[in-house]
Design a protein around this ligand. Structure first.
Ligand code: A2P
Length: 340
């Protein structure tokens, strides 16, 4: 697949914008590029490599001649249009949750399981952003010393809920500071100066929300380890972009913070930010616009005197490694298997 024609579905969205940037920054070898969104966006143009691309309405006829379709317009759009794109001859890289747990669909973080890409039957799924953020640093540790249990809490940015949620955070913060009322339209609770449990549906029996369930299931699928125990709490915080996580993991064999630091200092997609003297650790503001997952606060978990457990704090750009960048890396493997 040389110089493929690419279609971006959801081109006007928060992740959509990052697809264009990633293709430019990574000098992706492109044939043509199509920008697809809803009829609401007709008339809009997108600046790309010195040209203006007119946004087209997504229809069943959008995929003729398309080699790779990057989808980020929500699960219902993916469910309807991804099979249509595949029938038209495209390989779909889907950022939604629609197909992630399908047996026939590889769920790929290229640093971990790029070898699964070639097994696709037309659709490759991009994992949930919280799963990607946790697993990029956990994977290289697990390769040396199996992780049998992980407990994580997320601090998730507005970007994960799309461009409209980012706008809501800005507008509601401005209204709060001006002493004006604000009625939220996108997220279920007041967002300015507040935190709340993740806005996905909560299972009334288990008490876990959909985001948490995705992290548990996708972790097991990506690591190919059904036995790993995962405890997770997902929280939305008033940050514009880049998710953070507090993670504690327990390994099968004893492990020290020095070993973890040594492993992570040589791991793809990871950058250590861990300055105890300056109290400088991963922050979403530093992770924004960055490709790497920032990892710090690497320390022994004092609640486990056996020496098997380590605590870390991480931050990663949800729109990049958590979404667009991961998908473009997968596309690079399609174009150049075994390449970067
Ligand atoms: P549009 O801007 O025309 O509504 P975000 O994740 O930031 O909320 O963005 C969602 C993306 O999905 C946008 O590009 C949006 O396009 C697109 N989208 C939403 N609904 C549809 C639809 N029915 N058909 C095509 N694209 C859609």
């Amino acid at each position: 697949m040389k110089n493929p024609t690419i279609a971006i579905v959801g081109a006007t969205g928060a992740v959509g914008a990052e697809f264009f940037d990633c293709l430019t920054k990574r000098n992706f070898p492109l044939g043509e590029l199509k920008a697809l969104a809803s009829a609401r966006s007709l008339g809009k143009t997108i600046a790309f490599r010195g040209q203006k691309i007119a946004v087209e309405e997504l229809t069943e006829n959008s995929f003729a001649g398309v080699d790779i379709a990057l989808f980020s317009a929500g699960a219902s759009i993916s469910r309807k249009f991804a099979p249509i794109a595949v029938t038209a001859g495209a390989v779909v890289i889907d950022n939604s949750s629609a197909f992630r747990m399908d047996q026939d669909v590889p769920l790929v973080i290229p640093e971990i399981n790029a070898h699964r890409i070639s097994e696709h039957k037309g659709i490759i799924a991009n994992p949930n952003c919280s799963a990607i953020t946790a697993l990029v640093p956990l994977w290289p540790i697990r390769r040396k010393n199996r992780i049998r249990r992980v407990i994580l809490s997320t601090y998730q940015a507005a970007s994960g809920a799309g461009a409209a949620a980012m706008e809501e955070l800005e507008q509601s913060t401005r209204a709060f500071l001006d002493g004006k009322p604000y009625h939220q339209r996108v997220l279920p609770h007041a967002y300015a100066f507040n935190v709340f449990s993740h806005n996905t549906a909560v299972d009334p029996h288990t008490g876990y929300n959909d985001e948490e369930t995705k992290v548990i299931r996708e972790t097991r699928k990506i690591l190919e380890d059904d036995a790993i125990a995962v405890g997770v709490t997902c929280i939305r915080v008033p940050v514009l972009r880049a998710h953070s996580q507090s993670i504690t993991f327990e390994c099968e064999k004893p492990i020290t913070e020095e070993e973890v630091r040594a492993i992570l200092s040589d791991s793809p997609g990871v950058r250590i930010v861990d300055d105890r003297v300056k109290n400088y650790f991963p922050m979403p503001i530093d992770a924004s616009g960055q490709d790497d997952v920032l990892v710090g606060r690497i320390r022994k978990d004092l609640s486990d005197p056996s020496g098997h457990s380590i605590a870390i704090f991480v931050a990663a750009d949800q729109l990049l490694k958590g979404a667009a960048l991961n998908a473009v890396q997968i596309a690079e493997h399609l174009v150049n298997p075994g390449g970067r």
